[in-house]
Design a protein around this ligand. Structure first.
Ligand SMILES: Cc1cc2nc3c(=O)[nH]c(=O)nc-3n(C[C@H](O)[C@H](O)[C@H](O)COP(=O)(O)OP(=O)(O)OC[C@H]3O[C@@H](n4cnc5c(N)ncnc54)[C@H](O)[C@@H]3O)c2cc1C
Length: 396
């Protein structure tokens, strides 16, 4: 048979796309292919679980719009399907004058992005978060937390209930687009589809190349390493506590995050990874490393971010450095408070000229759409991303 739509990747973006296609085209035959034995095994299952409000993103940008809409849609979806989530709010903490000034810019950004943000002084910060110190804070009451793996499981059930198929443990290894269909092969099997959508996260550039696309970017893995606080300290913070991000960097800085199961994580940092899917520290894949060191953009980015990269690497190896990052705003933390917790790995697209791609990146052909970069907050934004992809492919 020839499927109407085949989606590669059972992370939250692929699943949200399949769900939206099933809603928009009832009766269409839909197939999701996922190489792991469970859904949401990679970025989606190793993230901070935050439903972002969308304060950081340039007003009017796709990221800003999708995040705001995504936060609302994610909460609605969880309410409709009995998935636990909590709108616990987020406190951004400024620890010096430079961060105070950057916070001022975020207040303006919040206004333009129509996000409720309350600026508070040091005393009020101390009253609301007694274990946190700073010269001021910015409180975002709409930020929430959820387990995105749970969201994936539920979306998977809905896709199957509506007649869609999900094949797990299928590693797509061949894609051939012809004038009439796309032939997809892997794990000794073959499928045909009128249209194919690739949402392969950390493998998205490889899948694009496999499909014959001439792409101008490379995925570089950036580890997001976490610790967790001991259970006795899980009431240390009442909200999610974040530093003020450096606008030059695509990552948000080490934060204290209450997870939906009650654990409080510390992190993630952003350190160059040596394996796309190797979660333990010092994981190494020769293929992954050779690929990015041969890409000209990699060395340009490294040169431009050398100082920051070295600090991140040092803090990754030496826990004391990591602790110092957290103690800037949570001084009572000690080395013993940082317990092991599994890392996540970000798929960061890099252009040939060394630019880090901060926004979504899509590549299209007649019968294919490839999601080449779906950075944070793509878990929050997944439902509207899926709707946007659906609008693109049904219009073909
Ligand atoms: C450390 C960290 C923290 C983050 N925190 C947040 C947060 O708090 N809030 C937020 O909104 N976002 C957050 N993000 C971002 C968010 O998690 C990702 O943007 C989002 O999960 C991307 O989803 P995806 O479906 O594109 O990718 P993935 O979840 O990586 O899914 C891609 C899937 O494709 C499959 N695949 C790949 N190749 C093949 C193949 N050949 N054959 C078959 N299947 C294949 C993979 O196995 C995988 O399951 C965070 C990310 C990280 C790494």
């Amino acid at each position: 048979m020839t499927y109407d739509f085949c989606i590669i990747g059972g992370g939250i973006v692929g699943l949200a796309t399949a769900m939206s296609l099933a809603e928009t085209r009832p009766g269409a035959s839909i197939l999701v292919l996922e190489k792991e034995a469970v859904l949401g095994r990679h970025q989606t299952g190793h993230n901070s679980g935050v439903i972002h409000a969308g304060i950081y993103y340039a007003p009017g940008s796709l990221k800003a719009k999708l995040c705001r809409r995504g936060a609302r849609k994610t909460k609605e979806f969880c309410s409709d399907h009995g998935i636990p989530f909590e709108t616990c709010g987020k406190m951004l903490v400024a620890t010096n004058d430079l961060e105070q000034a950057r916070m001022g810019e975020l207040v303006e950004r919040a206004r333009q992005n129509q996000i409720t943000a309350e600026r508070i002084d040091a005393a009020e910060l101390r009253r609301r978060e007694p274990n946190i110190v700073g010269v001021g804070g910015l409180y975002l009451k709409e930020t929430g937390i959820v387990d995105y793996r749970r969201v994936c499981e539920t979306i998977g059930e809905l896709i199957q209930k509506s007649g869609g198929e999900i094949e797990l443990s299928v590693h797509v290894a061949g894609i051939c687009e012809t004038p009439t269909e796309v032939v997809i092969s892997g794990s000794g099997r073959e499928w045909k589809a009128k249209q194919m959508i690739a949402c392969a996260g950390l493998q998205s550039d490889r899948i694009a190349k496999l499909a014959g696309l001439k792409i101008d970017h490379q995925i570089v893995p950036f580890r997001g390493e976490y610790y967790r606080l001991p259970n006795t300290k899980s009431d240390m913070v009442h909200h999610l506590v974040y530093p003020i991000p450096d606008p030059e960097l695509p990552f948000l800085g080490v934060h204290l995050t209450r997870m939906i199961d009650g654990t409080v994580t510390v992190g993630p940092n952003a350190v160059l990874g040596f394996a796309r899917e190797g979660y333990p520290k010092f994981s190494f894949s020769l293929r992954d490393v050779l690929e990015y060191i041969r890409f000209p953009g990699f060395w340009k980015t490294m040169k431009a971010n050398l100082g920051h990269g070295v600090t991140e690497m040092k803090n990754s190896i030496f826990k004391a450095g990591y602790l110092d990052e957290c103690r800037k705003y949570c001084p009572s933390l000690t080395l013993d408070d940082l317990l092991p917790y599994e890392a996540g790995i970000r798929a960061q697209a890099l252009l040939r000229d060394g630019t880090l791609v901060h926004d979504f990146l899509f590549e299209e052909t007649t019968r294919m759409l490839h999601v080449c970069n779906a950075p944070s907050p793509a878990a929050t934004s997944a439902i509207p991303i899926g709707e946007m992809i659906t609008a693109k492919v049904v219009a073909k």
